[in-house]
Ligand binder design. Structure first.
Ligand SMILES: Cc1ncc(COP(=O)(O)O)c(C=O)c1O
Length: 291
């Protein structure tokens, strides 16, 4: 984190992305960048987020790692912010094994990234080069992306029809004017956090690629260490005067994240080419569990 202090802002319930209103309240003179994530390929409210950012003149680093090919009003995700980042690690829709891509239309940022890319001739850096071999894999992935995204969307629509009138299961979809790519299908289940953990482990044991959506990051042990790490913590440094001073991350009040990201939303990985009978099997098992 280069000694940056993350300030977590709550999400909004529909996209599970950064809430623009809460973002506005969290900005201080120390805010250096805003990092929204388009989680599971569902677009965050990126236009409003960018409006807030622009009004404060703060760059947006849009994490579109789950969302290559997704769009809002026909504009691709990853092109709204000052920078758009796309991880290409092995689980992503385009994978080069590991690595990633950064998009920007800001000339200065592009030059800086280029300078930092390879150890840094003029500026000290690390090795962020992509091999040609990885580049070729990425190009092939890009060619297949449209077809794969379409197949993932079809699988989500198929499941949606099955659960259409179920009172406790909802397949989530992007809002009108948005195109999502269903990196994973977000399935909202109206059960307790404890029951969802048991449900997921039973479905996983039957081989379904399902898990609970990422848990709130402020609860991660890195931000709540029991013992002080030798390298120190930037938010506890005496010179730090920002909004996280004297606050323990796990005590942050993020009610929407806590409601949805501790068990209520599950993510199902539907690989391209998944058959209707595979989806039927999953639906039958999920219905048997929830009914
Ligand atoms: C949304 C999101 N952003 C960033 C990353 C990190 O990407 P990488 O592992 O390529 O650094 C991941 C996971 O790999 C991710 O899911």
């Amino acid at each position: 984190m280069q000694n940056a202090v993350p300030v977590f802002v709550d999400i909004e319930p529909e996209s599970l992305g950064l809430d623009p209103e809460k973002l506005e309240q969290a900005i201080t003179p120390l805010t250096k960048a805003i990092i929204p994530v388009h989680i599971l390929g569902y677009p965050a409210r990126i236009q409003e987020i960018c409006e807030v950012a622009e009004s404060h003149n703060i760059p947006v680093i849009e994490d579109a790692s789950h969302a290559p090919g997704a769009s809002v009003q026909h504009k691709m995700l990853g092109t709204f912010g000052t920078m758009g980042v796309f991880s290409l690690q092995q689980r992503k829709a385009i994978s080069t094994g590991d690595g990633g891509v950064i998009c920007t239309d800001d000339e200065e940022v592009a030059k800086k990234l280029w300078r930092l890319r390879s150890f840094g001739d003029d500026e000290l850096s690390y090795n962020y080069r992509m091999t040609e071999f990885a580049g070729v894999l990425g190009q092939i992935g890009l060619q297949k992306l449209g077809r794969h995204n379409k197949e993932r969307a079809q699988a989500a629509q198929y499941l949606s029809k099955i659960f259409e009138s179920h009172p406790r299961i909802r397949i989530r979809h992007p809002r009108p004017n948005e195109t999502g790519v269903y990196y994973a299908v977000a399935i909202e289940v109206d059960i307790s956090d404890a029951s969802s953990a048991e449900l997921v482990s039973r479905l996983e044991a039957r081989g379904y690629p399902i898990r609970r959506v990422f848990s709130p990051l402020n609860l991660h042990p890195h931000f709540n260490p029991v013992a002080k790490p030798a390298r120190g913590l930037p938010w506890e440094h005496p010179s730090y005067v920002g909004s996280m001073r004297g606050i323990r991350y796990e005590n942050l009040n993020l009610p929407v994240s806590y409601k949805y990201c501790r068990g209520r939303v599950l993510e199902l990985y539907t690989h391209p080419g998944i058959s209707e009978s595979q989806l039927d099997d999953f639906a039958t098992d999920l219905l048997a569990e929830i009914n």
